[in-house]
Design a protein around this ligand. Structure first.
Ligand SMILES: Nc1nc2c(c(=O)[nH]1)N[C@H]1C(S)=C(S)[C@@H](COP(=O)(O)OP(=O)(O)OC[C@H]3O[C@@H](n4cnc5c(=O)[nH]c(N)nc54)[C@H](O)[C@@H]3O)O[C@H]1N2
Ligand SMILES: Nc1nc2c(c(=O)[nH]1)N[C@H]1C(S)=C(S)[C@@H](COP(=O)(O)OP(=O)(O)OC[C@H]3O[C@@H](n4cnc5c(=O)[nH]c(N)nc54)[C@H](O)[C@@H]3O)O[C@H]1N2
Ligand SMILES: [Mo]
Length: 762
């Protein structure tokens, strides 16, 4: 495999190491938030933005999807990393057409992702005409016409790909899918395909809904909370406040993670004096350093303990719940009895007494158990089976659909869950299509469309020619960077609706467009006055969000306005739809959402309620929308990923100074890393074995059925990580993830389970 992408990353030689931290947030976090926002946005704009962040009359944080408290929000209801995201958006620096005259696309490609991020907000629509080396200005109307011409030139609507990243509002997402389905395709890949798709697939099969079943109040009432495969100190910092409150209320908190993540060991609350003084609340009562991908084995081992205890007469299982609500129990119990102790212990890497302790803790009190999880579980080959094993455990003890108990997939992007609710999905259920057809009097296409991986493969094979991205950074977020870059450059048109410059804008089709849009914190003055949008958080609460900062350029348009522009040029108005009227007043879009999507009754009125409203969730009421109307056990065999002798299982994760592909800075404070991103964490014994000294440069080679992929010049860092495993940052390591190495059923790239070898660099 070629490795062109590598040259575009800075080589790091100023690495500084410190010991990893044992607690998260607190004073340095507050200081860091302020520094970011003041340097980017200035004191007036910065303070205005922060005071509105996550307030009932403010805007929803563009960072993660963790919910806001229903009551009692503090003045500063945000975290350090939310402040970084807002600072990045609220910056006063701009990229005008003049910037692109000065920098060729090739020259921009040579700059780092962190440099792209620092150039400011995209301020004018620009085009790269065929054969040109530079972007240049284009009017909005010409851009819309050009997109319509390219799309109309395709002999099949399925040759167009319409990607969405999870910051898009409900209103924009609904309008976008409506346009795309009128155009005639279900090619609606989204970032969720690379994120919680495995959770959605697993839970839809098990409990009939692809969403979590708990609220913040459930967390506060839980007896036991398990955090598996997630790093909340960096990625969901406000979750730590909820965990702290749960711990104060008596919950035991257990962390299951190959790495000792600071935010899970202990927590200093940044908004309380004790936190400011550095007093920490110990969080995890048990910290299990599972082997990578050992989670299914660990969960199965817990079931095995419960089964053994139940057979000796203890009352472990909730028999009433099991007989009334579930199917497949016998099959599952058989699978549990045929799983062998030595295999389970070997696969998860946790000693039997420790598993026993955990199995006991999970039965504490009224068995009010909540398991939370994120990418450490979803991005593995057997992700769906592992998450279904979580469901199995909850079903055994009836820990679902009652206070303090339930399932908690912790979502990533702030509106990724809402986008799905609005129909951003390549295979929406028939009921959604039926309703859409009825309300808009047309026939929507029923053939399932491409997800992210299928879309990349189609473009690579020349079977798709137009790529339109509603936000996101497709080339950097997707697996197999070089393969994906080739796929995008095969297109006749690539077009990105975006707030900030990123590498996907520079890997162009024959013609390319960058269309600058308003962000969450910007005031959105529609033709009919100021508009607000809505988002759905990780716990199914829909609430309004209204930005207030004056846009940095008069040329910015809102996402709905851009979609309306494209749709008018492409499709014209229909009897039911006047696109520009809808974009002028989002109440009209919300009226249609109410007609099509269950749970949005009186949407316009309830969206204006402070704090918003909860969407219905059958599983919370123990009503199962599965084909057999039961909650279903799954009995998949435990299949743990194992590396060949001398090789490692590599996971690709986030540093503390990034938001997905957006690199804010070069530090990973809690892990003790400064001034470097091109690093790989390895077990000290493994390093000794390989004869590597700390910070020595190594090359990483991934091994897959079609051959090898290589990423050069990473510095090896000795770290407390299970022997045989390795960790490095994405997006730098995406060159190593083969496009067709994906999870069963969900087709999510296996970004946490790549087999690599490590060799000293030449
Ligand atoms: N500041 C900030 N916030 C963010 C983001 C960001 O980039 N920056 N991204 C947002 C998005 S889109 C998402 S999806 C979330 C992501 O949130 P996380 O899922 O927390 O993100 P990752 O950094 O991928 O961390 C994965 C964690 O899983 C662990 N892990 C890896 N493999 C395994 C395994 O096999 N088993 C177990 N048990 N654990 C494992 C890793 O050690 C790591 O702690 O965060 C969201 N919030
Ligand atoms: N190896 C590896 N790969 C991964 C992951 C991993 O853990 N490991 N994680 C995966 C996950 S969980 C996810 S969610 C994906 C993320 O994939 P994406 O969502 O595609 O990537 P982001 O980096 O979040 O997108 C950032 C860009 O979005 C644009 N943007 C920001 N705000 C707005 C807005 O309001 N509107 C519009 N139109 N644009 C906006 C900006 O231009 C910015 O450059 O990456 C996936 N890729
Ligand atoms: Mo994500």
């Amino acid at each position: 495999m070629s490795n062109e992408q590598d040259k575009t990353f800075e080589s790091e030689d100023q690495l500084e190491l410190d010991s990893p931290k044992k607690w998260a947030t607190g004073t340095p976090a507050v200081a860091s938030s302020l520094k970011h926002i003041l340097t980017q946005a200035g004191p007036v704009r910065g303070t205005k933005a922060l005071l509105k962040l996550n307030q009932k009359k403010g805007f929803d944080c563009p960072s993660c999807a963790w919910p806001d408290p229903d009551e009692h929000r503090t003045i500063a209801e945000f975290c350090e990393n939310g402040a970084k995201a807002v600072a990045s958006e609220a910056t006063k620096r701009t990229i005008t057409a003049e910037f692109f005259t000065q920098h060729s696309i090739a020259a921009l490609l040579d700059q780092s992702d962190a440099w792209h991020e620092q150039q400011g907000r995209l301020a004018e629509p620009v085009i790269k005409p065929p054969g040109s080396t530079h972007y240049q200005a284009i009017s909005w109307e010409d851009a819309f016409q050009l997109i319509a011409t390219e799309l109309n030139a395709l002999d099949d609507p399925d040759k167009a790909i319409f990607y969405t990243s999870g910051r898009t509002s409900n209103e924009a997402a609904f309008l976008y899918q409506l346009m795309i389905r009128h155009y005639g395709t279900n090619n609606l890949p989204d970032c969720s395909n690379m994120c919680h798709e495995s959770s959605g697939s697993a839970m839809t099969g098990s409990i009939g809904i692809g969403k979590g079943t708990v609220s913040l109040d459930d967390l506060y009432a839980a007896d036991t909370i398990i955090s598996m495969g997630q790093n909340p100190g960096t990625n969901h910092p406000r979750m730590l406040s909820a965990l702290e409150k749960a711990a104060e209320n008596g919950a035991q908190i257990i962390a299951i993670n190959p790495l000792k993540e600071a935010g899970l060991i202990a927590f200093a609350h940044p908004q309380k004096i004790s936190g400011l003084l550095g007093k920490t609340t110990p969080l995890a009562s048990q910290y299990l350093q599972v082997k990578p991908n050992g989670d299914h084995a660990l969960l199965r081992a817990i079931a095995k303990f419960w089964q053994e205890w139940e057979s000796t007469g203890e009352k472990i299982f909730d028999h009433e719940f099991l007989s009334q609500h579930t199917a497949g129990l016998d099959n599952y119990l058989q699978a549990v009895s045929s799983s062998q102790w030595p295999d389970l212990v070997e696969d998860c890497g946790i000693a039997r007494p420790e598993i026993e302790q955990l199995a006991r803790t999970m039965l504490r009190g009224k068995k009010r158990l909540i398991i939370c999880w994120a990418m450490g579980l979803t991005q593995h080959k057997n992700a769906v089976a592992t998450i279904q094993e979580i469901c199995n455990l909850h079903l055994l003890i009836g820990a679902i659909g009652r206070e303090g108990a339930g399932l908690c997939p912790v979502r990533g992007h702030s509106n990724v869950q809402g986008d799905r609710t609005m129909g951003i999905f390549e295979k929406m259920p028939p009921a959604f299509h039926d309703k859409l057809d009825e309300v808009f009097e047309f026939k929507s296409p029923r053939e399932p469309g491409h997800d992210t991986v299928l879309a990349i493969q189609a473009m690579h094979a020349g079977k798709a020619d137009v790529f339109i991205g509603m936000g996101g950074n497709f080339v950097q977020a997707s697996p197999d960077t070089n393969y994906t870059a080739k796929a995008l450059s095969n297109c006749s048109l690539t077009c990105h609706v975006a707030t900030k410059l990123n590498r996907s804008h520079l890997v162009t089709g024959k013609t390319a467009l960058i269309l600058p849009c308003l962000g969450r914190s910007d005031a959105d003055a529609g033709a009919n006055g100021d508009q607000f949008i809505t988002c759905e958080n990780s716990m199914g609460v829909v609430q309004a969000s209204q930005g207030s900062l004056p846009p940095v350029s008069p040329h910015l348009r809102s996402e709905p306005a851009i979609i309306a522009g494209i749709a008018t040029a492409l499709l014209g108005n229909t009897a039911k739809i006047n696109w520009n009227d809808l974009a002028a007043d989002y109440d009209g879009i919300r009226d249609f959402i109410e007609k099509v999507i269950p749970g949005f009754e009186n949407f316009n009125q309830r969206a204006r309620q402070p704090g918003g409203f909860y969407l219905p969730n059958g599983a919370k009421q123990r009503s199962w929308e599965t084909p057999n109307q039961k909650a279903n056990f799954s009995a998949d065999p435990v299949q743990t990923l194992k590396a060949a002798e001398g090789r490692f299982i590599l996971q690709t994760l986030r540093s503390h100074d990034q938001y997905n592909t957006t690199v804010y800075g070069m530090h990973d404070r809690y892990r003790g890393i400064a001034h470097a991103r091109r690093i790989v964490f390895l077990n000290p014994e493994d390093m000794k074995h390989l004869g590597l000294s700390p910070a020595q440069q190594v090359d990483l080679t991934s091994h897959w059925t079609d051959g090898t992929r290589i990423a050069k010049r990473f510095q090896a860092i000795p770290y407390d990580i299970p022997a045989g495993s390795a960790a490095t940052y994405f997006p730098e390591a995406n060159v190593l993830v083969p496009v067709d190495s994906t999870a069963d059923t969900s087709n999510t790239p296996t970004s946490k389970g790549i087999e690599i070898s490590v060799t000293p660099s030449e």
